[in-house]
Design a protein around this ligand. Structure first.
Ligand code: HEM
Length: 189
């Protein structure tokens, strides 16, 4: 890995740091319907430098950890970690994530590196079980009982605020379910 401080993280640069938000909305499956969980969370993105693949591809990498707590009882009910990677030569963003249910996702998307007129950036990645590039790995139990079929994640970030919405499509309890999460977070000093 290179010296993390001299690396150009491209469109991921604005993510680096600690973020907190308490306006989270989670819609999750229940056997006879859905649960709506208001939540708060902390996400820490750390710049960790570059990696080189096959002596050709250079990725600038952030590691992140996301801890999500229910407003109703402060219980941690979602714990996620992974990496965001920027492949400048191919104008591609990758987002790998793992959650402790036996589910891993590698999502990808294109990015031209540019910002919107107001200085904000939009990062968008997707994965699907039938996509040959960006896909999902899940345990035999989850394949059978709570299969993730697709994942999409869109972040809008500027110097002080980050907003995201995520949609995870599930096959669970004999039906297809749109599991969604969204929140607005503020950069911490
Ligand atoms: C802020 C983000 C998220 C929150 C707060 C959240 C929360 C929840 C909750 C409350 C459930 C219902 C089951 C339970 O009560 O434990 C659930 C189910 C599930 N979630 Fe998430 N989730 C989030 C993101 C994700 C992501 C990114 C994935 C995978 C890509 C995912 C995959 C699943 C799966 C497969 C289930 C079905 C398991 C079950 O209901 O028994 N979730 N989630």
């Amino acid at each position: 890995m290179s010296d993390e401080n001299t690396v150009d993280y491209g469109p991921l640069t604005k993510l680096i740091g600690t973020w907190k938000g308490d306006k989270g909305t989670d819609i999750a499956p229940e056997p006879d319907g859905q649960e709506n969980n208001p939540y708060y969370e902390t996400i820490v993105f750390s710049a960790i430098g570059t990696v080189e693949n096959a002596e050709t591809q250079v990725l600038a990498v952030l590691h992140y950890r996301q801890i999500v707590q229910r407003k109703s009882n402060d219980e941690v009910f979602h714990d996620e970690t992974g990496y965001w990677m920027w492949d400048a030569a191919n104008a591609t963003i990758m987002h790998s994530l793992t959650i402790p249910r036996g589910v891993c996702v590698l999502a990808g998307g294109k990015h031209n590196g540019g910002a919107n007129a107001d200085g904000s950036l939009v990062l968008e990645v997707k994965a699907g079980i039938d996509d040959k590039n960006w896909s999902v790995v899940q345990s035999p139990f989850m394949q059978e009982n709570a299969r993730t079929t697709s994942f999409s994640h869109r972040i809008t970030v500027d110097d002080t605020q980050m907003q995201y919405c995520e949609t995870t499509m599930l096959e669970i309890y004999g039906r297809s379910f749109e599991h969604t999460d969204e929140n607005t977070l503020s950069r911490q000093p």
